[in-house]
Write a protein that binds this ligand. Sequence first.
Ligand code: NAD
Length: 495
Amino acid sequence: MAVEAKNTIVEPIVKAFDCLHFIDGKFVPSVDGKTFNNVNPVTEEVYGTVAEGSKADIDLAVAAAKRAFEEGPWGKMSVQERSKIIRKVGDILEARQEEIAQLESLDTGKHLKFSRHVDAPRAAANFHFFADYMISVGTEAFQDEVHGAINYGYRRPIGVVGLIQPWNLPLFLLTWKLAPALAAGCTVVIKPSELTPMTATKLMEIMKEAGVPDGVVNIVHGFGQGAGSAINKHPDIAGIGFIGQVSTGAKIMEEASKTLKKLSFELGGKNPNIIFADVDIDEVVETTIKSSFTNQGEVCVCGENIFVQRSIYDEFVEKLAARTRQLKVGNPFDMAYDQGALVAKVHYDKVMSYFKIAEEEGATFVTGGKRPEGLDKGYFVEPTIITGLEYGARCTREEIFGPVVSIIPFDTEEEVIAMANDTRVGLSNTIWTNDIRRAHRVAQSIESGLSYINCWFVRDLRTPFGGTKDSGLGRVGGVHSWEFYTEITNICVKL
Ligand code: NAD
């Protein structure tokens, strides 16, 4: 893929900075003074350091969160008062959108077009949504006429919550967990991904400006084995909201089991796009470009397996390939490009390793399968379309989480449902057909938490979100988030 030099580079208004922990309202180094390097995914240069947390830092953060919950004003505030502060966080994020978007692109390598359009506005929207939602949600009540009693549910926050975060949509996903936790009245200890610490750190400034009291939100940076594991085991943490890989979820569950924490997991997937022959191919190609390569394919609901009914298979492959070749990969701050870099070397190496596996499995690379020509530095990968693999090959089964899709033909509805269900991870799927009965029938037959019919990545924040089988635990969104961050007491009153 050629790299064209055009002078359309956005003037940066942000700079990389060193990230400290944020404990009890103050930015602090690690107790033992340890740090690690933050690497720019575009230049491969170290552009900052990050405090490396351990058990000692988590202990301080949990103690601050516990004090804020038990003694501070947060737990005693009405939901209306909390909602005002949470709304203000959203307002500040909205006012500083360009800065947030640039910082996210700097830290992750993702293109600014995406962080402007999705990451930054959605972070603000998460706070606005939960500020409104929590003041309007009701509680359940039952009239028991047999015993002459009424029963109603009384909800209270669960206490201190640990939020362990991934790198792909760092602030978007953090705020998706944090806003409902705060609205419910919990206090929080956050561990951002070690690969993307900057926007979470910036958010702490915004929290302070909005009037969130000290100790309510704390951050400890670091790795899974240190800070992460200390969250899993801490007896004063009541619940963990985790987003990340299936294997990490299993480790967290194992360590957290000793203290019986509540767990909410949003984990990996291998999502099928199912395209029947009765569709408008051009329309499907446009959305499939997005569901394949948005954010360099680093979105948990991207469709990595594209199943296409045989009679339109060749035409679809040709049109998707032609459109894919138009995507330009390069500097995320240059508007001449569409896609940026992958987040880090470790992830770049993983994606590249699948190209070798695909080759060994006998795949054909219709597009991509390599770095873009002319880009010697940075974790850039060409948008890649693979064909010629049977469903069951490793590239069709394992989550690659990069700009890589496999296209696989099918003949019948039964056959494609069987392939879509033959996986341990059922997060989302996309179904394309103009036959309304078939659309519903297929959506109801596939074991996944989310089904998009003739669309993709369209979210109503009130609806349940989460995965089936090994792809998650519980649901989030609207009332589902509220249920996770609160305990309910049934109060039975004899009249
Ligand atoms: P990861 O599991 O490697 O890391 C996520 C977080 O867990 C990081 O902060 C990491 O430091 C921490 N961690 C690692 N080991 C730990 C341990 N033993 N105890 C506690 N914490 C630990 O995931 P990742 O690579 O950052 O994220 C990519 C994955 O996230 C993909 O699988 C993707 O599908 C998934 N994801 C899922 C959703 C969803 O909504 N289902 C959304 C985004 C990403």
